[in-house]
Design a protein around this ligand. Structure first.
Ligand code: PMV
Length: 324
């Protein structure tokens, strides 16, 4: 094989109905389906070069050479993709996030979506969006939702073949904003891969999973109808259910910090006094404050005035993963 390269860009996504817990950890088959929105202003750009002269994979993230778990995860994912072509050639991967590594914004979704697209195209493999999404899922579950654009549903599926994500509304369908209130930077937390394995130890997980399709339907309908009141109610419920599982796992995981709860209270009081806003919180303490774009300036100002908020990053619905 000769040297071949490709560069791909993908956006992270914020889940409105969240994924937590796998039926199959190695295939990353989720226990429940999920819904998300890609985040346009944030992205991972990955340049990948397959080079027969390399003795092993080399992975540079934001200019820093990676080793250990971070390199291992990338190599494992590339092994799956190399296996599709029956090749063993190593790669040099240069990946850059346009958002600070210490902002507490999960980058594995955009990272594995961009890595998958770059590797597949550098190997000259023709692949449908569905199959790219299935493949990205193997690197990080939520990465399958960063392959299609806009508002996305990840079908839970039953096997590797039917667990993938599709777009159900274009980014321009509804001009929402995600105002990410950063309350903590750089603190090490329990990563989501370990979190997924702990989910089943919570006595509440079964109830959360059983009710997931109902929440997915409500959330999709709210997005289709641009019904903010319905969206706010279902995403806050879903976020609280996720954290209830985390806090009741064995061992328990506490991602909220006092500042997280303070913002959640503030968001609820702003909504009561007429501003359409809602919160959702992932596997970290930062709060994603969702609103319609015309209120984002006001929401950012209010968040910025809170003493424990270190920064506010405002993002809008983003497109699909693409070659650049
Ligand atoms: O894709 P992972 O393994 O990083 O898991 C993502 C988990 C959450 O962000 C908490 C929820 C989600 O659906 O994105």
């Amino acid at each position: 094989m000769t040297i071949s390269s490709a560069t791909a860009l993908a956006h992270p996504n914020i889940a409105f109905i969240k994924y937590w817990g796998n039926r199959d950890d190695s295939l990353r088959l989720p226990q429940n389906g999920s819904i998300s929105m890609n985040l346009a202003e944030l992205s991972t750009r990955t340049m990948l070069t397959f080079d027969p002269s390399l003795p092993r994979d080399i992975f540079d993230l934001n200019g820093t050479r990676q080793s250990g778990e971070s390199l291992h995860r990338v190599t494992n994912h590339l092994n799956i993709i190399r296996g599709l072509r029956g090749v063993s050639v190593h790669a040099h991967i240069m990946s850059e996030n346009n958002f600070p590594a210490d902002a507490g914004i999960a980058s594995s979704a955009s990272a594995f979506a961009a890595l998958t697209l770059a590797a597949v195209s550098a190997l000259g493999i023709e692949m449908s969006e569905k199959d790219l999404s299935r493949l990205a899922r193997r690197g990080s579950g939520s990465a399958c939702r960063s392959i299609p654009g806009g508002y996305v549903e990840w079908y839970r599926g039953n096997t590797d073949v039917d667990s993938f994500a599709v777009s159900f509304a274009e980014p321009g369908h509804w001009d929402l904003a995600d105002c990410i209130a950063i309350v903590d930077i750089g603190q090490k937390k329990v990563g989501s891969s370990l979190g997924h394995t702990l989910a089943k130890s919570s006595p509440l997980q079964e109830a959360r999973v059983l009710d997931a399709d109902r929440r997915i339907d409500i959330c999709k309908q709210a997005i289709r109808n641009r019904d903010f009141t319905a969206l706010a109610e279902v995403i806050e419920l879903d976020s609280n259910l996720l954290h209830a599982i985390m806090m009741t796992s064995h061992p328990p995981l506490y991602y909220w910090m006092p500042a997280t709860l303070e913002i959640m209270y503030a968001v609820q009081s702003w909504r009561k006094t007429g501003t359409p806003v809602a919160f959702t919180v992932d596997a970290g303490p930062n709060v994603h404050v969702i609103c319609e774009s015309d209120s984002s300036k006001q929401v950012r100002q209010r968040l910025s005035k809170m003493p424990m908020v270190k920064d506010v990053i405002v993002t809008h619905p983003g497109g699909k993963a693409r070659l650049v």
